[in-house]
Design a binder for this molecule. Structure first.
Ligand SMILES: Cc1cc2nc3c(=O)[nH]c(=O)nc-3n(C[C@H](O)[C@H](O)[C@H](O)COP(=O)(O)O)c2cc1C
Length: 357
């Protein structure tokens, strides 16, 4: 849409417009608003100019107690990057992703450059439909096993991104449960952790744009692997007293990378998104479990359980949904806060300043 703006050099009436390519990239950035992020912090922003969308980490939204290493911020940005790429591929766009393109700017995580048109990808269209359907589902799963073919699909989805999905067997469960328990003991004893968790919980009925709404939580209850205990903040009444073991048929996937630096964390986020969207498209329910890797001792225990091969980056709880309506949608930031699109002067449209030179 062309606009008239004052320009000090060319006079009062230069016309600016957003190029169609920038609009295509902006649509992808808009879809990425739905990406999951740690405590729904949504710690990224997009700058779209010429034929490139630049993804930046927003360090002001980093969690300093939960995410001491900065790993989860990077994973969260990776999920946004993958959501945007899925949207472009579904829209029939040929594009190139350059991770960390600027040595002097570690917050510029990736450039997505438009290269032209391509045949729309049917698989990307399937994942794009999953973008708005996906939710973190923390409720106990149904007592039905996850089909083996669906698990193979999730493993392949992670492999295609350059990461791996280690699907745990029942023999691994004790190790994973011990890691989750260890993380909980250490973290809940830390007042800074409890304060940060409480600060990102959102009571119902208020116009929030981020954070975790309390009505998306479920009692931690008795599960083979405990999920993060949000009740320990004291903000949510009614922790479960149900003694029945839930999640008997849950499967646990651990996203594993070959290295353990910021580029690997970004890749792990891309893989996390690929697994979550593939699972949603296959009518499976999921929730992320980063408590397993937030505490170093817990992460070492988890790595040992996986045979010390690769670096565990995040856990994913996978199951058949129990039925009933889906969990409520967590809120998102307004697009104007997250996406900046640079308009350009229309060539040859500058109106000369009025009056004699
Ligand atoms: C890196 C990362 C870590 C996360 N860790 C957890 C977690 O430990 N426990 C949990 O219940 N949800 C976790 N989540 C899910 C977020 O809380 C969730 O994505 C966010 O609240 C938005 O909700 P939605 O997924 O329903 O869109 C994590 C998500 C990401 C991307």
């Amino acid at each position: 849409m062309p606009t008239n703006q004052e320009n000090p050099r060319t006079g009062p009436a230069t016309t600016f417009q957003v190029r169609p390519v920038c609009r295509t990239l902006a649509r992808a950035a808009l879809a990425a608003l739905h990406a999951p992020s740690v405590l729904n912090t949504q710690p990224w922003r997009w700058h779209i100019v010429d034929e490139t969308a630049m993804l930046y980490a927003d360090q002001r939204r980093r969690l300093h107690a939960v995410d001491t290493a900065g790993r989860l911020l990077m994973l969260s940005c990776g999920t946004a990057l993958h959501h945007a790429c899925v949207t472009l591929a579904a829209d029939g766009v040929d594009f190139e992703v350059r991770p960390f393109p600027a040595d002097d700017d570690p917050d510029l995580l990736a450039e997505v450059r438009y290269r032209g048109e391509a045949r729309p990808s049917a698989e990307a269209q399937r994942l794009r439909r999953a973008i708005t359907l996906r939710r973190s589902d923390r409720r106990p799963f149904a007592g039905t096993a996850v089909p083996g073919e669906a698990l193979d699909e999730l493993r392949n989805a992670a492999e295609r991104t350059g990461a791996h999905l280690h699907l745990t067997w029942s023999r691994d469960l004790t190790g994973i449960a011990l890691a989750a328990g260890r993380a909980a003991v250490v973290q809940l004893a830390d007042p800074a952790y409890r304060a940060e968790l409480a600060a990102w919980l959102r009571p119902p009925g208020e116009g929030h744009h981020d954070g975790v709404p309390v009505d998306t939580l479920a009692p931690s209850g008795a599960r083979p692997v405990p999920i993060r205990d949000f009740h320990a903040t004291g903000m949510i009444p009614g922790a479960s007293t149900d003694a029945d073991l839930a999640d008997r048929e849950a499967r646990y996937g651990i996203v594993v990378t070959d290295g353990d630096g910021p580029a690997d964390w970004l890749t792990a986020g891309v893989a996390l998104s690929a697994v979550l969207l593939t699972a949603t498209a296959d009518h499976l329910a999921t929730s992320a479990m980063s408590d397993l890797v937030e505490n170093e001792a817990a992460r070492i225990m988890l790595r040992r359980t996986l045979g010390n091969v690769g670096y565990p980056q995040i856990g994913i709880r996978i199951g058949v949904p129990a039925g009933g309506p889906p969990p409520p949608k967590a809120p998102r930031r307004p697009s104007a806060e997250v996406i900046e699109v640079v308009a350009e002067p229309v060539p040859g449209d500058a109106v000369p300043p009025a009056g004699p030179p």
